[in-house]
Ligand binder design. Structure first.
Ligand code: FES
Length: 495
């Protein structure tokens, strides 16, 4: 009998290879379509489960990746190769694996030859046709088409090009592309590691290398203690991975209270007018002082004295972008009703923005983050997001994060607008639905929202994230609870 050499892949690596989400893979395993062992899948069985997969046509992979990277700013799309040293080290590690495989194969060959000789030396009455059976079995095994050949080749290539990191104690995994830092790669994957300055000064992003090798790619002024050096501590913001695999012990934020309050002076980069009287505000933090927050949280924006005639204006707004890009912060601001103009708060700040009194280049203070409207980390339920009007802002942040971390088997977005065509970013929602099999986009008029939710069988079993003007979301939340939705599954952000 020929002993098959199984190539085991972790679910994250398998999903990375196929360009699908990890939850899609887990669903196939749960449905019995793909066997798994101890959280691993066999490369051959994986390719059998996706026979239609054309590895040369990486369209789905690219689409999914593009969506994730849109959340992380275009600069990361300009990929750079890992350093020559890292490439050499990873190729060397693969050569060692290959040499070990060749040694194993040689031993099998010798075993077969030895077996054949022993069979030949036996009297025909004992040997029977065993020799012929061995030869036939071998010929059959050798002639089998190699079903996972492409997958194995792709896996070998990816191991060289992008390193795989396992985080302790959470068990989360992420991939480091090129020579990007561990911190950037972790944020892109939706992790919330502890960090501060982002440029090697504060030491808050310290992590311990448990296995593998990390090396600095940027300078740092931070000085490790002797004990930290002995324990293999590195700075995630200045180091990348040299080996193909790395195991890292990281302090991660799980709850809003794990994130400290910050105060940052940002620059207004752009103000774009979207449909339905909504402005999109793009603020950029300094490189060395980025905003750490969880998807779905709010911050306070303030204009320093002396900016136009708008001193002392401030407003608390949800961040519409993903924490995976901690430098570029996006906000959605609706034109205020005239009664709100003089309230000295969010209405007055919005009025100043709409009046064009705050120009790109202006300084805007940001402090926070605030709020608990964040994804439940431990829940495995499907996700239903309900945005009413500009309640889409925090929902957008949550969706980008949910996509980055493969948070759920299915995501449904209801976007209810109080005005006709009030969904001011419809193309973005349609792009999610087009690229992700399990993403469903349902734009509705506000008047039709309750009926649509009542007739959706999936709502009761899902985690619901509802955001919008307070006068609208509070009533809807009460209706949903009265209809039997468990309170623990309902998360509300009243703006
Ligand atoms: S975040 Fe400050 S040193 Fe890394």
């Amino acid at each position: 009998m020929l002993v098959a050499m199984t190539q085991w892949l972790t679910l994250s690596r398998a999903a990375h290879l196929l360009g699908i989400s990890r939850v899609a893979l887990q669903k196939r395993i749960r449905d019995g379509e793909l066997p798994s062992f101890d959280g691993m899948v066999d490369a051959d069985q994986l390719q059998r489960a996706w026979p239609q997969l054309d590895l040369d046509d990486s369209g789905s992979f690219e689409k999914t990746r593009a969506i994730r990277e849109d959340a992380f700013a275009k600069r990361l799309r300009e990929r750079v190769l890992p350093s020559q040293e890292a490439l050499a080290q990873r190729v060397f590690a693969q050569s060692q694996e290959l040499a070990e495989l060749q040694r194993t194969l040689t031993r099998y060959h010798r075993l077969i030859d030895d077996l054949r000789l022993r069979l030949e030396s036996l009297p025909p009455s004992l040997a029977g046709n065993l020799g012929a059976l061995v030869d036939e079995g071998l010929a059959e095994a050798i002639s089998l088409p190699p079903p996972a050949e492409d997958l194995r080749a792709l896996d070998a290539m990816l191991r060289v090009m992008s390193a795989h990191v396992t985080v302790k104690p959470s068990g989360r995994e992420f991939f480091v592309e090129g020579s990007e830092t561990l911190l950037k790669a972790a944020l892109r994957a939706g992790l919330a590691p502890n960090y501060g300055c982002g440029n090697g000064n504060c030491g808050l992003c310290k992590a311990r290398v448990v296995a593998g090798e990390a090396r600095a790619v940027a300078p740092s002024d931070y000085r490790f203690s002797e004990a930290e050096k002995a324990q293999n501590h590195v700075l995630m913001c200045t180091c990348t991975v040299h080996s193909s695999d790395l195991v890292l012990e990281v302090l991660e934020a799980g709850l809003p209270e794990d994130i400290p309050e910050q105060r940052i002076v940002t620059k207004l980069r752009a103000v774009d007018m979207l449909p339905d009287d909504v402005l999109r505000l793009h603020l950029q933090t300094p490189r060395s002082n980025r905003l750490r927050f969880l998807a779905g949280q709010r911050v306070t924006l303030g204009l320093p004295a002396g900016v136009a005639s708008a001193s002392d204006l401030h407003a608390e707004l949800p961040v519409a972008s993903c924490p995976c890009d901690d430098r570029n912060l996006i906000f959605h601001v609706r034109r205020p009703a005239s009664a709100d103009f003089q309230d000295g708060g969010s209405g007055a700040l919005a009025a100043a923005l709409f009046a064009g009194g705050i120009k790109p280049g202006a300084e805007v203070s940001v402090w926070g983050p605030w709020g608990r409207f964040v994804l439940e980390r431990e829940s495995a339920r499907p996700l239903v997001f309900i945005a009413i009007d500009e309640g889409f802002a925090p929902i957008n942040s949550l969706i980008e994060h949910a996509i980055a971390v493969d948070a759920a088997e299915s995501i449904t977005l209801y976007w209810a607008a109080s005005r006709p065509d009030g969904q001011y970013l419809p193309n973005q929602c349609r792009a999610w639905a087009a690229a992700l099999d399990e993403f469903h986009y349902r734009p509705v008029d506000l008047a039709a929202l309750d009926g649509a939710l009542a007739s959706d069988e999936g709502v009761k079993g899902a985690d619901i994230y509802l955001a919008g003007p307070a006068r609208l979301v509070d009533g809807l939340a009460q209706v949903m609870l009265a209809r039997g939705l468990p309170a623990a599954q309902l998360h509300v952000e009243a703006l």
